[in-house]
Design a protein around this ligand. Sequence first.
Ligand code: NAD
Ligand code: MG
Length: 294
Amino acid sequence: MSDNVNHSQHYPRPPFPKQPQTPPGLASEMKPIPDHGETSYKGSGRLLSKKALITGGDSGIGRAVAIAFAREGADVAINYLPEEESDAETVIELIRAEGGKAIPIPGDIRDEAFCGALVEKAVQELGGLDILVNNAGRQQYCESIEDLTTDAFDATFKTNVYAPFWITKAALRHLQANAVIINTSSVQAFKPSAILLDYAQTKACLVAFTKALAKQLGPKGIRVNAVAPGPYWTVLQSSGGQPEEKVQQFGADAPLGRPGQPVEIAPLYVTLASDACSYTSGQVWCSDGGTGTL
Ligand code: NAD
Ligand code: MG
């Protein structure tokens, strides 16, 4: 993995400038702009001719996964919200410029009908589906349960819990033996922050979803795993995911003294998705800069 990324000391460290954005925010407006592997990720044919659907593939971890999968030889479809079109275009253009197939499918995954349509469009455009990455997420901090509205709670659960359920269900009709599902959970599933009461619950849901589904789909030869990121430098945090003072110090508490860059977690997704990992299912792989907690 180490030859895929720069040495960890080269990556930005806190303090970072204040940079509030309205959710979902744009990676292109972050300071510094995250490293999604645009110039640094090198593939080695580990996902040749695989077909992958990645939600939240416009920015952050999802963009890094899309770029890495494409460089490993996969065709990719990405979903994102319409207001993120400019971030999505950057990914699509980059992959296509390198000769890869990249399909943009904008739309809101809080809608069950759209989730079904998303899968059908991805399957139609890609000519099948081998890898599903449920990565999109909503994170809005709230200091007190008394201020957490039902609408906000509902939006977090619709995005982070219902959508992976709906998308996975729709995808199952198309997944064959050796297919792979990867869910993006979080260290919040195991060490919830006081201000992320709803978000942390959804990420714990994804761990249980991953483990139960791995048992259900094992007999069909379909593997299901989760990745649990620690602090990664993405627009999720600066568009209401954390208070701005925390964004300025983001990653300072990690033993490596900085947040991870999205490119640094993409290798976990590539490895889980590849046939080389054919006996690994029902697992949660963590990357959090060194706490050793999980
Ligand atoms: P990000 O903001 O770049 O990506 C999240 C994406 O979710 C957005 O780009 C957006 O396209 C998508 N999304 C949100 N609501 C949506 C909706 N209603 N319909 C369609 N798409 C929607 O941030 P990220 O940090 O790369 O987030 C990716 C995943 O990683 C999320 O599940 C997040 O919870 C998880 N995660 C992030 C961190 C971190 O520190 N950045 C830590 C742990 C887990
Ligand atoms: Mg985005």
